[in-house]
Design a binder for this molecule. Structure first.
Ligand code: UD1
Length: 450
C-alpha cells in the first residue's frame, strides 16, 4: 500500500484495557523436566511495531510473542489508522498507509510506557504528533526527558501542556549529534526511529548496546535506512528520503530465557531451553557460573539442572546490574531469586532503576530472608527452603519471580495479579505445564485498568 491510498475513516475509540484480575493456583515442589521454546523478544517487537509507521508499505514481523503488551500497542496503532493483521503463527503485518490521527492519548500511554516509542517515527514521517507523557502529569521515576531532548536536537519544537507533548517540525528533521548523559535503551531507539528519515547525519553517543537495539537496526536497514554501529556505544545514521516495507524475524527473548533458567535452578530438575541466542545471555550465565548452577550451552539450546528444594545449596555471590553486556536489570529478580538458594549472605546492587527491589517484599511470604538496605541495595541470607504462601504480584518481572517461588515451594500457593505476568510472558502456564509443573489460573471477579 502506498501513502497515496484512500484515507480510512476516523477510527479512534477509547478501549480501556480492562484486564480481568486473575490468580495463579500453584501446587509446587515438583522438579521440572523437558524442553521449552523461547518466544520472540517483547522489547524488540514493540519497537519494530512502532517502526511500521515510518513507511506506507507493509512491514511483516515474524516471531511476535503472544503477550498483552503487544495487543496494547496493536490497538493503539489501529486507533491511529494503521492496518494490523496477526496470524496464529506469530506473523504480524502492519501497514501505515494513512495515519490520519497523529495523537497518542493518555489512555494508550498509561497502559504501556513503550507507546512513547511512537514519538520519533510519527514526527519523522508526518512532521507532527501529540503524545501523552506515559506518566500523565506525574513526572515519575521513569521520565522521558531524554527522548524529548533527542527530538529537540533533531530540530523538533516540543511544548509540554497538561500531560501532553505537542511536537512538530517545520520540514524534515535535521541530523544532529545526540549526546545522552547516560545510556537509555528506548531513548536511543526513539532517536534512531526519528533520525532515519532526517536530512543529514546523526550520531548517537552513548548509544545503548542492548541486542534489541541491534535487532531494530537490522530491521531499519532492511526497510532502506542507513544505520550503523560504528563503535560499541556509537550509532551513526545517514538520513534517507523514504523507507519501504520489509520482512523481519524478531530475535528471541533473552529475559524469558533467563526466567526459565532460573525456574530450573530454584525449582530443581533438568530442562532445556531452545531457540535462544547464548551470546545475549552472557551477564546472566556468569551469575549461574559463579553460583555453581549446573548449565551448558549447545548451539541455540541452554540446559540447566537445578537442586530440588532442601537438597543442597549454591554459592553466595554479590550481583550488580548494568547496561548490556552486564547483568540485565530485567533479570535482577531472577538472579536474586537464585541467591535465596545460596548458602550464606549475598548482595544485590541495582544500578539502573531505583524502584526495582520491591519484589523482594513478596518473597518474604515464601520464607526468604531479605533485607532491603536502601532503594538500590538488598541483602539475602540463605539457603531458604520455600514454604507455600499467598502473595500479590505488583508488576511483570516481580510477578514471574514470585510465581517461580510458589512453583518451588511444596504445597498449595496462591498468587494474586497473575494478569501482570501475561503482559510479558507468552503462554506461560502452558509452558510450565509442559515442564511438569502444576498450575491453573482463576478469575478474581473485579476488573481493573492495567
Ligand atoms: C528498557 C526496557 C526495560 C529495561 C530497561 C533497561 C523496553 C520496552 N524496556 O526500558 O525492560 O529494564 O530498558 O535495560 O525496552 N531515563 C531518564 N530519562 C529518560 C529515559 C530514561 O532519566 O528520558 C533513566 C531511567 O529512569 C533509568 C535509566 O535512564 O534510570 C535507564 O532507563 P532506559 O534504558 O531508558 O530504560 P527503558 O528504555 O525505559
Amino acid at each position: 500500500m502506498s501513502d497515496q491510498s484512500a484515507p480510512k475513516p476516523f477510527s479512534w475509540e477509547y478501549r480501556p484495557t480492562v484486564l480481568a484480575k486473575e490468580a495463579f493456583h500453584i501446587a509446587g515442589g515438583r522438579p521440572l523436566s523437558g524442553s521449552v521454546r523461547v518466544s520472540g523478544a517483547k522489547n524488540a517487537a514493540l519497537k519494530m511495531m512502532a517502526a511500521s509507521v515510518l513507511t506506507g508499505e507493509t512491514l511483516r514481523l515474524e516471531n511476535v510473542p503472544e503477550i498483552l503488551d503487544i495487543e496494547v500497542l496493536r490497538d493503539t496503532l489501529r486507533d491511529l489508522g494503521v492496518a494490523v493483521e496477526r496470524e496464529s503463527d506469530g506473523t504480524m503485518d502492519l501497514t501505515a498507509g494513512d495515519v490520519e490521527w497523529l495523537f497518542v492519548p493518555l489512555e494508550a500511554a498509561a497502559k504501556m510506557r513503550a507507546s512513547f516509542m511512537l514519538l520519533g517515527p510519527l514526527l519523522a514521517r508526518f512532521g507532527r504528533v501529540i503524545i501523552s507523557n506515559p506518566g500523565g502529569d506525574r513526572i515519575g521515576r521513569r521520565p522521558v526527558n531524554l527522548h524529548v531532548d533527542a527530538m529537540r536536537a533533531l530540530g523538533a519544537e516540543i511544548d509540554y501542556r497538561d500531560g501532553y507533548y505537542f511536537a512538530k517540525s517545520s520540514g524534515r528533521l535535521r541530523g544532529a549529534e545526540i549526546t545522552f548523559p547516560h545510556v537509555t535503551v528506548m531513548g536511543t531507539e526513539n532517536a534512531m526511529l526519528a533520525a532515519v528519515l532526517a536530512k543529514g547525519t546523526t550520531r548517537i553517543q552513548p548509544a545503548a548496546r542492548e541486542p534489541e537495539v541491534d535487532d531494530l537496526i537490522t530491521l531499519l536497514n532492511a526497510m532502506g535506512a542507513q544505520v550503523q554501529r560504528t563503535a560499541p556505544d556509537v550509532i551513526e545514521i545517514q538520513g534517507v528520503d523514504a523507507l519501504h516495507g520489509a520482512t523481519h524475524h524478531v530475535m528471541p527473548d533473552r529475559i524469558e530465557a533467563g526466567t526459565f533458567a532460573t525456574a530450573a535452578a530454584v525449582i530443581g530438575g533438568s530442562i532445556e531451553i531452545t531457540e535462544i541466542e547464548p551470546a545475549h545471555l552472557g551477564g546472566f550465565l556468569q551469575v549461574l557460573e559463579r553460583m555453581g548452577v549446573e548449565h551448558s550451552v549447545t548451539g541455540n539450546t541452554l540446559r540447566v539442572s537445578g537442586l530440588p528444594q532442601g537438597e543442597g545449596s549454591y554459592k553466595a555471590v554479590d550481583i550488580t546490574t548494568a547496561p548490556y553486556p552486564g547483568l540485565a536489570t530485567d533479570l535482577q529478580p531472577s538472579a536474586g531469586l537464585i541467591l535465596t538458594r545460596a548458602s550464606g549472605v549475598s548482595n544485590i546492587h541495582e544500578t539502573i532503576f531505583e524502584d526495582r527491589l520491591e519484589w523482594l517484599v513478596g518473597l518474604r511470604n515464601f520464607g526468604a530472608q531479605v533485607e532491603i538496605l536502601d532503594p538500590r541495595h538488598a541483602r539475602i541470607s540463605g539457603p531458604t527452603t520455600f514454604t507455600a504462601a499467598e502473595a500479590d504480584i505488583p508488576d511483570l518481572r516481580a510477578g514471574a519471580t514470585l510465581m517461580l517461588a510458589a512453583l518451588a515451594a511444596p504445597g498449595e500457593s496462591r498468587i494474586h495479579g497473575a494478569h501482570h505476568v501475561r503482559r510479558g510472558y507468552a503462554t506461560i502456564e502452558e509452558k510450565f505445564r509442559g515442564l511438569g509443573a502444576e498450575l491453573t489460573h482463576v478469575s478474581e471477579e473485579e476488573k481493573s485498568p492495567a
